[in-house]
Design a protein around this ligand. Sequence first.
Ligand SMILES: *Cc1c(COP(=O)(O)O)cnc(C)c1O
Length: 359
Amino acid sequence: MSERARAEIHPAALRHNLTVVRRLAPGRRVYAAVKADAYGHGVARLAGALADADGLAVASLAELQALRTAGLTQPTVLLSDVLDGDLSALTADPEAEPLIFSTAQFDRLAAIAAEYPRRVWIKLDTGMHRLGFAPEQAAGLHQRVAATPGLTLAGWMTHLGCADDPDDPMTTQQVTFFDSALASLPGHRSIANSAGICAWPRTHADLVRPGIMLYGGSPLLDRSAADLGLKPAMTLTAPLISCTEIAAGEPVGYGATWRAPETMPVGVVAIGYGDGYPRHAPSGTPASLDGAPTPLVGRVSMDMLTVDLRRAPDARVGDRVELWGTDVPADTVARAAGTIAYELFCRLTARVNFRVDQG
Ligand SMILES: *Cc1c(COP(=O)(O)O)cnc(C)c1O
């Protein structure tokens, strides 16, 4: 029973979720977003399944190197690296595809392009106003790529700001800006993240960039991951280290924020915010024991949290409680804690013991 928090990673689920992407966006190339070490799952743990993607997307050259070390060789777009430091990881890697979103970046790549030929993506800002050139600049950028020996245009990208809401008009507006800016220009187009893939067929274009849906999270506000046919790529569990009877009216945990409505069994689970479980998850946040609901009661502390065992009367010390996974969607825990599953996955700490489910 010595193992505390455990994150079991399921490569077979990621493989399945990739088939969901291909079914929704048939014929499109698929670049899997694996930034932040595959959304906290571990690129190396998922490498076998990620090899099925046509390409990958990372945030930085350091992340690029990590996935090459894991044996992944596909074309890989660098989504947000500014490329102002040591470029040896880039020059050594012909399958690395920088995404150009600023003139400074363009200058740096152009300066070395004759010696290190390179496919590049160009990012257009169609309304999210984070990264990218104004759509009116597209023709000039295209001319500059064409005029720079060693640079080849991989294609054009933009990113959607509100695609998780199927009623938000911004997505259609972004697609319209993108299409009209590029109407007379050659090159592949890529718009869709997971939300675009699931809810906006017009965004599928030539290449899609799924992230959260590959890990089994829902990208949409109004649909669950199960509704979308997605399977969780991570199951987070931790053992019960104590089961006690709490008398009616007695409080549990810091701040005495919760009191037992009746005399009832409460379990102490060996996971807390020191493991990356969100401290803001309130009483009532779902957890489960062998399929029986065991919602949180009281505040989450650093090393422990407490759960209601009324519906798991046979629970014993050593039994493992699921914090998220198959029975408890990470999306519902995230919603209860005022965040998103992306952040829950990325924030697990080094104290969590990761294992790969070989099944
Ligand atoms: C992270 C990211 C994606 C994937 O987003 P999801 O919502 O996880 O599908 C796609 N494109 C860009 C530019 C990204 O940064």
